[in-house]
Design a binder for this molecule. Sequence first.
Ligand code: AMP
Ligand code: MG
Length: 374
Amino acid sequence: MQQPLVAREFAIQTDNMQQTLVLHVNPEQPEAAPIARAAAVLRAGGLVAFPTETVYGLGANALDDNAVRAIFRAKDRPAYDPLIVHLADAASLPSVVRVVPDAVRLLAVHFWPGPLTLVLPRNAAVPPSVTAAGDTVAVRIPSHPVALALIRAAGVPVAAPSANRFGRISPTCVEHVLADLQGRVDIILDGGPTPVGVESTVLSLVSSIPAILRPGGVSREALAAVLGEVDVHQLAITPEPESMQISPGTSSSHYAPRARLILYRGQKPALLQAMRAEADRLQSEGERVGVLAADEDAGYFAALRERQTSPVCFQPVGSEQCLTDVARRLYGALHALDQAGVTVILARDFGNAGLGLAVRDRLTRAAGGRVIQV
Ligand code: AMP
Ligand code: MG
């Protein structure tokens, strides 16, 4: 029987590592052949990077301790940072979760499949490597057709953190995954750019009041509308030891570009004026300055962009009226600024409404404490 045609397939060989096979998949209707091949790799204990609606994930069989450890090695991720387990449906929850609180059913109806991760009591079948030896496990059901097809075909829960090296920017397209993990994973499924662009919202259901440990693709407002009361874990603006934290991925050094990033918070136009003055000053000191702002902010930086010597590199992330666009384009913009070789990035805040909170959270962490209130 003839195999369905796979649009592009190539293997990348690096000196000291294994081959990485990149398989193209249709993001809406994934072809059976690449999914079956990737699922077989997962069942055999290998690593598969795949698109989810949030960012690309680096997956392994969550019930195979060796496979899970391979994720940590590939990412250079410290063992104290737990992974999210991805399931194909809520009926599979008992395979990784000890008790399913009533709130899960309610949240599942509204937000699953989708970018909501729930922290729940761990089932004994889940190896401690997944949960950083903790008694809770983070689970979600992704909505991306490729992710769902892969998990279904593998027939196992799939542990998958973002497919980037530890502490770096999460990948929203296959080029980002290759830049960080080429030669470190067996297969990458290329399903094009990811639609949400920031990671899932992590909601703890083991505290007395449900608590957002990490803002993400499902907004605080949407959760509050369903649950009534929701706590928000405060952003760690000052770096603190990872081991002291409730949710390790909330370290302030996460999601960082190579360039030094400074986050500006406050009202327009003072916000943009302060950024422009600082860009001007840094430029005159010989820095290569990148600016991350809204489409409509471009005019403020026009003169600095037209300079003969090291002009400001302006990266728009969409209109400030459309925060889903801003979230979707955020990591791509940070990657592009790194690629452009800027030494410093001045980024503006987009408020805390809707996805603005997740954008603020990631930019605050990328800034590692360098936040200027205008
Ligand atoms: P990543 O998928 O790379 O964004 O990483 C998963 C993140 O989910 C971790 O860094 C934590 O922030 C969070 N997480 C995973 N498991 C747990 C857990 N059991 N309790 C609290 N947070 C968790
Ligand atoms: Mg991550």
